[in-house]
Ligand binder design. Sequence first.
Ligand SMILES: [Zn+2]
Length: 504
Amino acid sequence: MGVLLAPPQRGKMTVRLKEEGRMPMRFGLSARARACATAGLVCAMAAGCAVNPVTGRRQLALISEAQEIQMGRQASQEVAQQLGLVEDQALQQYVQRVGEELARESERPNLPWTFRVVDDPTPNAFALPGGFIFLTRGMMDLMDSEAEMAAVLGHEIGHVTARHSVTQISRGQLAQLGLGLGSIFFPEAAQTFGGLAQTGMQLLFLSHGRDAERQSDELGFRYALREGYDVREMDDIFATLMRIGASSGRSSVPAWLATHPAEPERIAAAQARADTVTQPLNLRRAEYLARIDGLMYGDNPRQGFFRDGVFLHPDLRFRIDFPQGWRTQNMPQAVNALAPREDAVLQLTQAQGANADDAARRFLSQQGLRPGQGGRQNVNGNPAVVAYFQAQAQQGIISGMVGFIEHGGSIYQVLAYTPAQSFRNYEPEFRRVIGSFANVSDPAVLNVRPNRVDIVQTSRQMTLSEFNRQHPSVIPLPELAILNQVEGAASVLPAGQWKRVVTQ
Ligand SMILES: [Zn+2]
């Protein structure tokens, strides 16, 4: 939950709790979307044949280039809105410049190529159709040279030029994209239950398959090479990602490795291709590291963080307990939690209204929603309105509780719901969560600061643990080793090399 919370917008809030691309619940797919998918209406409208820019072969393309760009642009706006962009213009321009130069070498130089860094700590990179490419802050933290970045960007550009996403979308997902929530009565439920099914965010969860990945490697390699980058660096980023392993599970986007399995054969292939290169190639390591010096590392606790199931927000000065074992996610516009059995949802957002009463009235007067009993309460000193409701969702009646809590000049909405038949099981939990909203005064929470990457030069040859004694990091040594692309504490760092330190 960001400091500068935009007012929640209908149809823009989604739960993305799945890391593997499976959708949590499919309640929200509107009747209209389903009808279209079944009848193939949208597909019929858009069907055509096009020449694949990379292979030169004709293939069935259900989406024109203009549609592809429009879809990608729309999805990229959602990504930027939901994940947030890293607020560092110099960094954004740098990535844009390097990306554009690579894309110029591609088979589709005239797409509106856009390269952005999103504020997510998990190392990831992804491409949306039409030339909209994202790197995460976590990926920027991890990469060690401009050549590595070029290899990653080149690979993602390859997915776009070879129209991998488009081909996949053509196969089945077009019908779901770009359609509104249709007949859903209850927007919040639709947004949450519908989640991925309704938004361009699902594009992030596409995995392209082995052949497409191999092709993108090939293409990316070619683009980066034409720009004079040492593509052997691709190995390093793969090795680093493999050491990190799967993502922490707390991220909002799947880790790059999840969609890009670093199979040994792929790495071997990259090495073999690199070995054919004879001309001198650039790493541009110092340039890259200078750009990421001071970049945030890990989660940004100022935007709220979880500690043992408690969500703490230092800037907004509140805390709220989420149930143990629920999957939680802190998004710019909402904090979401999904029950282990995936049959109940909790969502914390900011609400609009003059006060809690007003916000509750607005909420409960939504069409399709049946208010139950409710009334004013005092939640740990904060004026609140708590109410029960039922609503008709696509696949049945859902029952829930909603609390509107005034705090620090804002109104917080805690929404909790489940299919009606499960409500009795969850009600005590829902009630406890809403009742746990409280002010925070602990200075340790209020003064928490994000970690940042510092680029430091080794004064002489030394081991990583010696380096760490000289320039203490706030992260464990094994993590520092991964971040610096070395084996471990005993690894020897040459003199005069730029290394990362993580400080607060
Ligand atoms: Zn890929």
